[in-house]
Design a binder for this molecule. Structure first.
Ligand code: 5GP
Length: 115
């Protein structure tokens, strides 16, 4: 965690504040500072994986754990029937923070395909 220079590393180390809504041994969820929907939560692993495509075989359990955490978080927020889960992978896919994160978005209409 100490070598994580990203803003999410700073949040994990408690160097900058975040509106945390869920935490367990492996991951942390907090409100996005610039929400793109009425509900916009970011779920991050405590371990630094810069982007999804950097995940290794040994990260399988962590990634599965995060998907189950999404279910818990959305149930907790009462949005389990309608939400969108987004992972931007790489700068050209609009990833700006290089610590893997899942966007959980809800509370508005969504288009398909996404932009
Ligand atoms: P990305 O574009 O990398 O997929 O998403 C990064 C997200 O992190 C953006 O939605 C942005 O608003 C959010 N973000 C950036 N800096 C901070 C911060 O300091 N605190 C919080 N809570 N969210 C942040």
């Amino acid at each position: 965690m100490e070598d994580n220079p990203t803003v999410f590393g700073q949040i994990l180390r408690g160097e900058i504040p975040a509106d945390v809504i869920y935490e367990d041994d492996l991951c942390l969820a907090f409100k996005d500072i610039s929400p793109k929907a009425p509900t916009h939560i970011l779920l991050i692993p405590k371990k630094l994986i810069p982007k999804l495509s950097d995940a290794k075989e040994q990260d399988q359990e962590l990634l599965g754990h995060m998907m189950v955490a999404v279910g818990k978080i959305t149930k907790m927020l009462g949005i389990e029937d309608t939400f969108r889960l987004v992972i931007n992978n790489g700068a050209k896919a609009q990833q700006t923070v290089f610590h893997l994160h899942m966007h959980i978005l809800s509370g508005r209409a969504f288009n398909w395909p996404p932009g």
